[in-house]
Design a protein around this ligand. Structure first.
Ligand code: MV4
Length: 671
């Protein structure tokens, strides 16, 4: 077995690999950039080596530096994870030349699958079905048009070096072909430095179904069944599952056989994935799937395969890399149950899936309901330098419905503050009727985009709950009885209390009072709501309205609060009644981003004195530069962003020391 493995990666996959290494008694070395100095993967590994500045090009993509780190620490193998250097054949060669084992296939296998046209030709020769089309070297437009006519319209033009949909053009008729080809070639040239394209028959109702394969150095190859990754948005996978819904057993056998044949053709060793496209216009059929490409690495979605086969794929990678034969033969591999994986991202679905950054002030992940693969912990920053994935949530059940219900329940327990996430979006997907039916398709998200991205407005009673909490009304009166009943917390007089909340920049006036034991009434924005409230845990409450009780979880911030419930979340701020309108408009303590954008320049340090009008932050927003100046003379109290950070509209960038001092401490503000 290997003695020490260096993991040339970061985030959740580095953590996941380290855990299996440790379980097998293999020592680990992490590598880290400036931004990852205090990252989780660094603290989990046995030792760690700094490899450069934050941008990946200067750290995680520096092959020589990483190999040097492996030599210095005496690692006998390098695991590349996914992304970064994982499919770089020159890196695999350099690792091997340094006398270190590369945990992955040979550089020849990586090269063979690197270009789509060559890979298709190779697969065709090996007897693997490929999408009808032209994948030769000839690039003359007249010739390619003839080919397109032979294939039959509509066709799809693809860059041979492509990926992620770049350089892809659908063409409906011969009249549009030349222009589409020229534009695809221009895009491919700019993106990959290679204009060459191939032409394929266009599959109108595609399903993305991929087969996990595994080979060893003794000539054995097995497959570990399929994953369905059809639920995508802009070529980004959102929810994956295994097995594929609606897949006939005959097709599963044929696909598995084709995948093994493909891997055998390149003497494949290690973990790999054969991606197929299936024509689902008339259900899945054993003669309607075709090879698309091969990924010569461990994939993000590998846990769903682990969940249905009981295999630890990283363990297999380590065993195969140390020269052992595959731990199981094909007839020792079975599908057991059903599994889903959802990718939790720091992004704002409501604002066109804009990547979000910031500090994860609060992070609850549903570890009791699901397997959670994450590379971050509460307090960590999501930086603009790397993929904004926070965690993968993986559930397994005896059948699809159970596994999907579990996923839905698990996603409802995801609670984060400080960074916007897609949690509500993916949770809504788990209750989308077509998806529940088992019809994941590549167009589903776009067809239902509005209902999937637009959040529910906060119910009135949650605003009332926020008002109670932010006004301090829920705080125990006596420290000796913190878990006492609500009625014991504070006695309400006849007169009601009043606060003004901020919800997404809107002021919401709320008056409220107790109407009995655990019973309340509030007037929210002029409308009355009566509700019952009981406390279930430290910040968990049961709200009863019209004979219906629902659970809400509160995450308090600094004069603000996030309420989680029903898979949704709402953020409320408390408006300071002492801040006059003038102060809010011109003399505010908060310097806020007026638009989403990038912090280009930051001229502020805590404690520094600033003069009114002095430029403090330069932002790049909507292709413009924006200078944010000090609204008044003062002292900088807090700097909440850093240079290079992407911020959302309304994000607080800087806070000035209050001008008139804090109100006397201990004085109730609402009394
Ligand atoms: C296709 C296709 C239809 N016909 N090829 C290839 C790269 C992948 N990211 C998208 N690809 C497609 N190739 C032919 N001949 C449709 C797609 C496609 C797609 C495929 C699987 C899952 C989601 C998709 C979303 C858009 C387009």
């Amino acid at each position: 077995m290997l003695r020490k493995v260096l993991i040339a990666n970061r985030g959740e996959i580095a953590c996941r690999i380290i855990r299996t290494c440790h379980r097998l008694g293999v020592a680990t070395v992490a590598v880290y950039s400036d931004a990852d100095r205090d990252a989780l993967h660094v603290s989990l590994a046995g030792e760690a080596v700094h490899i450069g500045p934050s941008p990946a090009a200067e750290s995680y993509l520096q092959g020589e530096t990483i190999i040097d780190a492996a030599l210095r620490t005496g690692a006998d193998a390098i695991h590349p994870g996914y992304g970064f250097l994982s499919e770089n054949p020159d890196f695999a060669d350099a690792v091997t030349s340094a006398g270190i084992r590369f945990i992955g296939p040979s550089s020849d296998a990586i090269r063979a699958m690197g270009l789509k046209d060559a890979a298709k030709a190779l697969m065709e020769k090996a007897g693997v079905p490929v999408v009808p089309g032209y994948h030769g070297a000839e690039q003359d437009p007249d010739f390619l048009l003839d080919e397109a006519e032979r294939i039959g319209f509509p066709v799809l033009i693809k860059a041979r070096a492509g990926g992620g949909g770049k350089g892809m053009r659908r063409v409906e008729s011969a009249a549009d072909f030349r222009e589409a080809l020229a534009s695809a070639q221009r895009e491919a040239s700019a993106a990959f430095g290679d204009p060459a394209c191939l032409i394929e028959k266009y599959i109108a109702h595609p399903r993305h179904i991929e087969i996990q394969v595994f080979g060893d150095d003794h000539g054995n190859v097995v497959h570990l069944f399929e994953r369905d990754c059809s639920l995508q948005r802009r070529h980004q996978k959102v929810i994956e599952e295994a097995p594929a819904p609606g897949m006939p057993e005959e097709m599963r056998l044929a696909m598995g056989e084709a995948a093994v044949k493909a891997a055998m053709a390149i003497s494949y060793s290690g973990a790999g994935t054969i991606e197929f496209i299936a024509d689902a216009s008339d259900g899945l059929k054993a003669d309607r799937f075709w090879f698309m490409e091969m990924n010569t690495r461990l994939q993000v979605e590998h846990p769903v395969t682990e969940a249905i086969t009981g295999v630890d794929l990283v363990e297999w990678q380590l065993r195969v890399a140390s020269g052992e034969p595959l731990p199981r033969s094909q007839d020792e591999l079975f599908i057991s149950g059903w599994a889903f994986e959802a990718r939790l991202y720091a992004e704002d679905a409501e604002r066109g899936f804009l990547p979000a950054t910031g500090r994860l002030a609060h992070l609850d992940l549903p570890e009791e309901l699901a397997r959670v693969d994450s590379g971050v912990r509460a307090g960590d920053r999501i930086s603009p330098f790397y993929d904004p994935m926070i965690a993968k949530i993986i559930t397994r059940g005896p059948d699809r419905q159970t596994a999907l219900s579990l996923l839905s329940a698990a996603l409802a327990e995801v609670r984060t503050t400080g960074v916007t996430t897609n949690a509500a979006f993916i949770r809504r997907l788990t209750i989308q009727p077509d998806f529940i039916e088992g019809l994941p398709d590549t167009g589903l998200i776009d067809r239902h985009l509005a209902e999937l991205t637009i959040g529910q407005a906060p119910p009135r009673e949650t605003m009332a709950l926020a008002a109670l909490k932010l006004s301090g009304a829920l705080e125990p009166k006596t420290v000796s009885d913190p878990w006492g009943r609500l009625s014991g917390f504070r006695l309400w007089s006849e007169a009601s209390d009043f606060v003004e909340l901020d919800y997404r920049g809107q002021h919401v006036p709320i008056s409220f009072g107790s109407t009995g034991e655990g019973a309340y009434a509030a007037i929210v924005d002029g409308r009355q709501v009566d509700f019952g409230l009981s406390r279930l845990g430290e910040d968990t409450y049961l709200l009863e309205v019209d004979g219906r009780k629902r659970r809400f979880h509160l995450v308090p911030g600094h004069r603000d609060l996030t309420i989680f419930g029903d898979g949704e979340s709402w953020h409320f701020g408390l408006i300071d009644p002492l801040a006059g309108e003038d102060e809010i408009a011109a003399g505010s303590d908060h310097i806020v981003a007026p638009m989403p954008g990038l912090v280009k320049l930051l001229r502020a340090t805590p404690g520094a004195a600033v003069a009114k009008g002095e430029a403090l932050v330069v932002m790049e927003a909507m292709k413009m530069e924006l200078t944010l100046a000090a609204p008044r003379d003062g002292t900088i109290a807090e700097v909440l962003v850093s240079q290079g950070e992407q911020v959302i509209e309304g994000a607080v960038l800087l806070i000035l020391e209050p001008e008139f001092g804090e109100p006397e401490s201990g004085e109730p503000q609402d009394g």
